[in-house]
Design a protein around this ligand. Structure first.
Ligand code: UDP
Ligand code: MG
Length: 322
């Protein structure tokens, strides 16, 4: 058990969460209030919601000075919203948790004490079982993590979202990262230090519909793959060598046929068309892979900010870094 009182920053990204955010705030505060060894602050980030979320956040912040609110200028996405939260957190520790109560707030103290008692810098939540999620979604997620781990140059934890507790060292290291597109769970895992898993059961969403659309999920997955691995480029090169090798073999075979039998001719439109389609496909695929890396370079070189803040509530200038 901890003796000194720690300040914990609870970071909650919210996008169109008017149906749950009050309940989430209540459950997290109730849980943390019961632990005498912890003090806490909230960093609630409104990620350009189009419903009543920002008004609810303002109202919560008016009633509770421990609640700090960042309203982003538009919908930037979950990862930028979490980055904004980490940057504005003043705590010795920070908890990153979704707004929809899928990750149970009741386990937060346990995770914090695990971090302190084991001397870890990160305690990351690993989903033991996920209730109420579509089997097709779970299968796709599993496949994604398998592919990502095969491609990645660093081992990345499986079945892990962004639900985690991080200490000040990790927060500072995170704030010093210069890349703009962030795959947060991967980056924190990449940092090293001492990281400990915490197994928990994931609940169904408390209310509302998922805010991660398919295109947002695909963007997250591609950032995960292309920012953590150069292997797709190597695979493209391997494809190139393979087709050149095949081409050489094929020409040797044709030349041999011509020399040994001058009247020999290869009939077959099908084989020619198939070859064109196959190699055309391989070329487009490899150009696509290259394009992805160039696109990422283009985005990073522009150096646009990850997010823009339209409004800050209960955040004095001392904690504001931008
Ligand atoms: N979220 C966000 N911006 C977005 C999409 C989602 O801040 O553009 C937040 C959302 O409010 C929630 C968290 O990210 O707190 C996870 O979203 P969701 O529960 O929809 O994702 P899933 O549980 O399906 O991964
Ligand atoms: Mg969710």
């Amino acid at each position: 058990m901890t003796k000194v009182s720690m300040l914990v920053s609870v970071i909650v990204p919210c996008y169109n969460e008017e149906e749950v955010i009050r309940e989430t705030y209540a459950q997290i505060s109730d849980t943390l209030r019961n632990d005498q060894s912890l003090q806490y602050e909230f960093i609630l980030i409104d990620d350009g919601s189009r419903d009543g979320t920002p008004d609810i956040l303002r109202e919560i912040a008016r009633q509770d000075p421990r609640v700090k609110v960042l309203v982003l200028s538009r919908n930037f996405g979950h990862q930028p919203a979490v980055s904004a939260g980490i940057r504005h957190a003043c705590g010795d520790l920070a908890v990153i948790i979704d707004a929809d109560l899928q990750d149970p707030p009741q386990v937060i103290p346990e995770m914090i004490h695990l971090l302190l008692d084991s001397g870890s810098n990160v305690v990351y939540g690993v989903r033991k079982r996920r209730k109420g999620e579509n089997p097709a979604y779970l299968l796709t997620a599993k496949l994604f993590y398998i592919v990502l781990n095969k491609l990645s140059e660093y081992p990345l934890p499986v079945d892990t979202g962004d639900f985690r507790v991080i200490d000040r060292k990790i927060m500072l290291a995170f704030n010093n990262l210069r890349e703009n597109s962030k795959y947060i769970r991967g980056l924190i895992s990449w940092m090293g230090f001492k990281q400990t898993p915490f197994y928990y059961e994931r609940n169904p969403r408390h209310a509302g519909i998922p805010k991660y659309t398919l295109s947002k999920l695909v963007r997250l997955a591609t950032t995960g793959i292309f920012y953590f691995s150069k292997k797709p480029l190597r695979i493209a090169t391997a494809f190139g060598f393979l087709s050149v090798g095949l081409g050489l073999l094929l020409s040797a075979w044709v030349i041999y046929g011509k020399l040994s039998n001058p009247y020999y001719s290869i009939s077959g439109w099908t084989s020619v068309i198939l070859t064109i389609i196959y190699f055309g496909g391989v070329q487009l695929l490899t150009i696509g892979i290259l394009g992805h890396y160039i696109g990422s370079l283009f985005d990073e070189v522009k150096g646009r900010p990850e997010y823009l803040i339209a409004e800050k509530i209960n955040l004095g200038s001392e904690s504001s870094l931008d």
